[in-house]
Structures are given as structure tokens and as C-alpha cells.
Design a protein around this ligand. Structure first.
Ligand SMILES: [Zn+2]
Length: 340
């Protein structure tokens, strides 16, 4: 009698948990695993040591150092045979907003977003946009702010993710939807490059933009985080516009990575307001589902000491692979994710 009761209760609980969570959306995909593995800590490290080197002078807006950074991104896409989203080139010149006209209007260096893409096989007119900001805060009193974590980490993660998708595509494995790699400028001056893209000159229609995955600082661990396990990432905004996006990211993590997805900064009343503080916000305010991937601030945040040797490359690899898996699912699943 007792056993029967327990069995009954257990199956009832199982039924309830399925009903609450919805049935699993993702099936394990061996191809996804194969290409995710091409994202490697050593390759990330090699690229980041260039991107956050003194030669790039902290990638301030506008500056020669940022021009070098832009050239570096262009070279990556050219050498991997990944096309620009526009016909002729990878660049979207971003004009200065009024308050910065004096500072950068006179410079002959024109700040630019850098935009590459891989066309989808089945739904080429539906786009997943992956973003990171290419700029940092530049130099002050002769000191260089290298911005290895902010946002060298997100920038190089995109390059590796793009390479993985390209390799898959070369072998005839999708993506079914198009994937856009958008490196935005002037984030540090107030999300200017991403705002120009979404509000002034979106290169693909916003209504055909399925989701935006934004990566800003994923190379370190947060010293203030009460839980001390290393393998975590903060997830912000994932459930605000599309529960399906949130679920896909969770299931991709459960299936492939199993790192700790920490939602502490996703609370609506979070005093840090991180949801409003990086480039995904310009997509979210236009009704596009977003996820902001972030590993937290630290004592070197916006200091000349945010340097490459402090990056934890094994964690950066894991986090980049999670983003790849989520993007893979968004791009290859049968139906476009729904907005709530
Ligand atoms: Zn940043």
C-alpha cells in the first residue's frame, strides 16, 4: 500500500515538473558537440594577447589603436572566408551623437561597427545576432587601459564562435538561419555603436532578428560572488521577452556544459541595473529577445590592470562554448523562437 502510494506521488510530481518546465526542447546533437570543441582556450589566448596588447592603446573611441583593432577583426573574417553582411565591406561608420561631436567629429578616424555573417541555408532572412563591443576606454596620463576582460573576452569569443560555425558550414552543416557577428564601437561612451545599429541603421530588419546574444566580460571570476565554484556565468535578460529563449539556453547548458547559470543579476530590482548597461539593451528595447552573458566585475574593472594574464582561459572557453550551443540551437531548430 505504502509503495503504491509513493509511486503514485512520484509520478504525479514528475508530471507536474514536466508541466511546469515544458517538455525538453533540445535533442543532443553530435555535430554541435564536434564544432563546439573547435573553440579552444589556447586559440582564445593567442588572439587576446594581440587584441588587448599595448599596441592597440586601449581601443578608445576614436583612436589609432581602435583602428588597429578593427583591422584585426577584418583580417580574421577575411582569412576565415566569412562574408561581410553588407555587399562591399565589413564596416558600418557610426556618426557621433551631438554630445560627442567635438571630441570625435573633428577626428579623421571614423569609428565603425564591424559586421560579418554566415548565411542560413533554409531561413536566410531570419537572423541571430551575436554582439560584443570592440572598444574600450583608451589611455589616460600615458597609461593604457588594455580591456582584456572588457571586452576583449567577448570579442575573441565571437571570433571563435564564428570560426566554429564556418567550419560546420564548410562541411555542409548549416546554419539553417543566418548568424550575424556584430562588433560594436563606442559602448563605453554610452552604447553608441549598438544604438546606431538598432535605432538608425539596422542592416537586417529588426522584425527578422530572432535573438541577440551579447557577450561583455566573460573572462574572469567575480570576487564578490558568494558561491565559490569557478564554473559559472551570470545570465541576464533571458526570460524577459521570450521564455523559450531562456529554456533553450538552460537546456543547452544541461546537455553540453553543466556550468552554474547564475541569475542573481536578472532580478528586476537589481541595483546594478546590468540589464540596461550593455549593448543587448538596444535590441531588448526594440522587443528582440536577448541574453546578456557576463562573469561579473572585479578590482581591475575600467583600470589599466585589466590585462591578459588575469584572464581564466579555461572558463572563457567553457562560456564561449555555451553561447555557441545556444546560438546553434536558435539557428538550427525547426521553428523560430516565440515572443511571449
Ligand atoms: Zn564592456
Amino acid at each position: 500500500m505504502k509503495t503504491i502510494k509513493i509511486t503514485y506521488i512520484l509520478s504525479f510530481l514528475l508530471f507536474i515538473s514536466f508541466t511546469i518546465q515544458g517538455f525538453s526542447q533540445i535533442k543532443k546533437d553530435k555535430k554541435a558537440i564536434k564544432y563546439a570543441k573547435t573553440i579552444k582556450a589556447e586559440e582564445i589566448k593567442e588572439k587576446l594577447y594581440v587584441y588587448a596588447s599595448d599596441e592597440f592603446e586601449g581601443r578608445g573611441t576614436p583612436s589609432k589603436g581602435q583602428e588597429l583593432a578593427i583591422k584585426f577583426l577584418e583580417n580574421h573574417y577575411v582569412s576565415n572566408n566569412i562574408s561581410p553582411l553588407q555587399k562591399d565591406n565589413y564596416f558600418q561608420v557610426v556618426p557621433p551623437p551631438k554630445r560627442f561631436e567635438k571630441l570625435w567629429g573633428k577626428s579623421d578616424i571614423k569609428p565603425k561597427n564591424v559586421i560579418a555573417y554566415i548565411e542560413g541555408d533554409e531561413h536566410p532572412d531570419e537572423y541571430i545576432i551575436i554582439t560584443a563591443h570592440l572598444d574600450h576606454v583608451g589611455m589616460e596620463d600615458g597609461e593604457i587601459f588594455n580591456g582584456a576582460d572588457d571586452d576583449g573576452s567577448g570579442t575573441i569569443a565571437i571570433l571563435e564562435i564564428a570560426e566554429a560555425f564556418k567550419e560546420a558550414s564548410n562541411k555542409g552543416h548549416g546554419p539553417n538561419r543566418s548568424i550575424v557577428f556584430l562588433h560594436v564601437t563606442a559602448e563605453e561612451m554610452g552604447l553608441i555603436g549598438s544604438r546606431y545599429y538598432t535605432d538608425e541603421n539596422p542592416l537586417v530588419p529588426l522584425e527578422n532578428t530572432v535573438a541577440n546574444l551579447n557577450i561583455d566580460m566573460i573572462g574572469r571570476t567575480d570576487p564578490e560572488r558568494p558561491k565559490r565554484n569557478r564554473e559559472y556565468i551570470y545570465i541576464i535578460g533571458s526570460d524577459k521577452i521570450s521564455q523559450e529563449l531562456h529554456d533553450i539556453n538552460e537546456e543547452a547548458n544541461n546537455l553540453y556544459l553543466n556550468i552554474d547559470l547564475d541569475y542573481i543579476f536578472n532580478a528586476d530590482d537589481d541595483p546594478n541595473r546590468f540589464y540596461y548597461r550593455s549593448d543587448h539593451y538596444n535590441f531588448a528595447k526594440n522587443g528582440i529577445p536577448v541574453i546578456f552573458y557576463f562573469s561579473g566585475t572585479h578590482e581591475d574593472y575600467h583600470q589599466p590592470t585589466d590585462t591578459v594574464e588575469k584572464i581564466q582561459y579555461d572558463l572563457l572557453e567553457l562560456r564561449a562554448r555555451l553561447i555557441f550551443h545556444t546560438a546553434w540551437e536558435l539557428a538550427n531548430r525547426d521553428d523560430r523562437i516565440k515572443i511571449d
